[in-house]
Design a protein around this ligand. Structure first.
Ligand code: AR6
Length: 169
């Protein structure tokens, strides 16, 4: 049985879960969007240093740091695919982001995890299709994580998660 799935509208940095997921870049160098918000909320200097120790992270993979000043104990950094039309394995790479992030959560012993809508900002993945991948992949995941909160930053994404079967929260 997969984890319980909730749809949330808001800022992922405020989430009270064991781990939040960051939509990072493969250099784990920080950036804009949710990555920038997470760095600011966690503490830019500490998080930057912790990411530097991790080295690079290829698309579809995930690596963890402490959450520093966040309410969440850990940050799981994953790197989504850059959308380039859909014929470059974008869906498989995006699904891998969700699966590998949950595998890292299992290694950490995290039981609740919040995800942003990976790749749907700067990386250009069509939000409706990304939501299908998110809900489908998490719903089928073989994980000890009991609660997954899909955090939408806009109403349309929230509605889409709900329509795909996530419980509105
Ligand atoms: N809480 C929740 N979701 C958010 C927040 C927030 N505080 N801020 C933005 N979003 P993006 P990507 C949503 O661009 O497409 C960075 O520079 C946003 O509305 O953050 O994976 C990295 O360093 C969108 O729905 O990530 C990479 O270089 C979603 O988060 C690159 O961007 C993802 O948008 C990664 O691009």
């Amino acid at each position: 049985m997969g984890p319980r799935l909730q749809a949330v509208l808001g800022d992922i940095t405020a989430e009270l879960v064991d781990a939040i997921v960051n939509a990072a870049n493969s250099r784990l160098a920080g950036g804009g969007g949710v990555d920038g918000a997470i760095h600011r909320a966690a503490g830019t200097a500490e998080l930057h240093a912790a990411c530097a120790e991790l080295g690079r992270c290829p698309p579809g993979e995930a690596k963890a740091t402490p959450g520093f000043r966040l309410r969440a104990r850990w940050i799981i950094h994953t790197v989504g695919p850059v959308w380039s039309g859909g014929n470059r394995d974008e869906a498989a790479v995006l699904a891998s982001c969700y699966r590998r992030s949950l595998a890292v959560a299992d290694e950490l012993g995290a039981r609740s995890v919040a995800f942003p809508a990976i790749s749907t900002g700067v990386y250009g993945y069509p939000p409706d299709q990304a939501a299908e991948v998110a809900v489908g992949t998490v719903g089928r995941a073989d994980t000890e994580v009991q609660l997954v909160r899909l955090v939408a930053f806009d109403q349309a994404t929230f509605d889409r998660y709900r329509d795909l079967g996530a419980d509105p929260a």
